[in-house]
Each structure stands twice: as structure tokens, then as C-alpha cells.
Design a protein around this ligand. Sequence first.
Ligand code: ADP
Length: 323
Amino acid sequence: MFFDSILNSSSVSILLPLILVAVGFLAGYFFQKQKSHVSTLVREAKLKAEQIQKLEKASDDLSKYTRALSSKEFELVNANRRLRELENAKSKFVSVTTHQLRTPLAGIKWTFNMLQTGQLGPITSDQKEFIDKGVESTQKMIQIVNDLLHINLSEEGIADALRFEPVDISALIEEVAAEFFSPAGSKKINLSVQKPAGALPPIMADRGKIKMALENLVDNAIKYTPTAGQVTVVISDKNLNSANAGLEIMVRDSGIGIAEKDKSKIFQKFFRSAGAVSAEPDGSGLGLYIVKDIVEKHAGSVWFESEINKGTTFHLTLPLKQK
Ligand code: ADP
């Protein structure tokens, strides 16, 4: 009844416009909403298009860089090949020169030895002094040539082929010491060898290479010890009965010593301390690098202890057998 009266009454004329307004309002609202949704989609599409453009540009840049990189790589490969060629030429040059120098040097040494030992007739003490100097210089030259040859071969990977044989280390050390009595004597340095009383077993080693390592250590000990000092080569058998049986050799001097700041660089190729340069201007900085290389190729080890102005001891261990 109530609703009938409402529907039938004049209130319809009031409600209808209201409904129309509400419908209009709702349609407007949905239209606005749809419009803002569409504009969001347009914005997003624009953003995506910009991103695609950026990606296309990045891809272009990337291909440019890739092309530049491969041309650089090509240049690098060429430069490397050229470097290898130069390296080979240098190695060949050093190898030929050092080999060529060895023969005449051996001849000079042999002649000096004949003169020194009086085999070519008696010599005066003045003459002996000069001949001793000649022997010393020849010995130095031989050592430099041998060092260069070793480094050259080592860098080519050839020196890996060591010739192992049983070596009487005690006799070898006496031989090395004999070579240095003259240079030690001219600096009034007392050079001595200390070894255990009993006979020592032979060690498996490359005799020539171990001799070279010992020569470098004894040479340094004499070079870096002032006049009237002491250089001792000690052979120790304390490790003979250990699991890793071997001999230890020490080269001890009372020389200039090695400063703390230099200790980590001592085995580096070409390193020379300031003290060493002023004590002995002529030096290559190659000796200890070679010593380490040789000893490590024998599965041994080398180290030192030193105190500035008190002296230095180089230790070198060599196993009896090679695995
Ligand atoms: P070089 O003797 O030609 O300089 P080495 O490689 O034999 O080259 O030695 C490198 C450096 O190690 C030397 O320049 C020196 O500074 C230091 N050195 C080596 N042996 C001794 C030593 N017995 N006493 C003091 N310094 C040493």
C-alpha cells in the first residue's frame, strides 16, 4: 500500500531526476576512471618504448665495443707474437754469446792457472799479485756468463732437465772454496770449511748446478764482508737420519748484513740492497735468484738470517735422494 502510494504519487516525478542524476554521476565516474586507466596505459607504453629505444642504443653500443674489442684483441695477439719473436731472438742472442764466451774464458783461466802454479816458469811476488787479479777477474766473468746462461735456459724451461748423479758434497765444497782462496786472501778474509768428522753419503744432485749455487753464496759472502772478516762454509749432517734425509750447508760471514726492510726482496731477480751497491758496485742481482731456482729444483730449500753490520748466514738443504 505504502509503496503503491509512493509509486503512484507525484514523488515519481521527484525520484526520476534523482535516479537520472545518480546514473549520470556513476557513468561520469566510470568514464573518468577508464580515462585515467587509459592514460596510465599510454604512459606505460611510452615508458616501454623509451626503454626499448635505450636497449636498442645499448645493443648498438655493445656491438661497437665488441668490434673495437676484437680489433684490440687482434692487435694484442700480434703484439704478443712480436714480443715472443723478440724474446726468442734475445734468448738466442744470450745463448750464442754466452756459449761463445765460455770457451775463450776457459782458455784464459787455464793459462792463468799455469802461470799461477809456476808451470810456465818461476814468477816473482809482484807478478803473482797481477796474475791473482787476472784469475779473480776471469772467475767473475765466468760466473756472470754462467748466471746469464742459467737464467736464459731456465726462462725457456730447458733447465728443468737436470742431470742427477751421486755427488760427494764435501769434495765439491772444498773445490769451491779452493776457487775463492785467492779473492778472499786479497781482502784478508779468512775463508774456511767445517765438516763432520765421518764420511758423508753422496747426494743425488746436478753437480754443475749445485757448484754454481755454492759459488754464488761464497762469492757473495766474500763480496759483502769487509777486509779482515771471516767466511765459513759449514756442512751439517744433523738431518741425515730424519724422515727427509739430507745435508745442510751454511755459508756464514761477518759482513755488512741485510737490513730488515730488504729481507723480503733478497731472492728477487735483479734486487740489490743500497749497502751492497756501495760495497760492491758491480753486481747483477741475479745470483740469489739462481741459487733459489737451483735448490728448489733439487727439492731443497734456502733461507738466511742476518743482522746489519754483524753478518749473514745462508742455509741450504739438499735431500739425499730425489723422488
Ligand atoms: P749481487 O750480489 O750481484 O748483487 P745476488 O742476487 O747474489 O746479486 O744478491 C742479491 C742481493 O742480496 C745483494 O745485492 C745484497 O744486497 C744481498 N746479499 C746477498 N748475499 C749477501 C751477504 N752475504 N751479505 C749481505 N748481503 C747479501
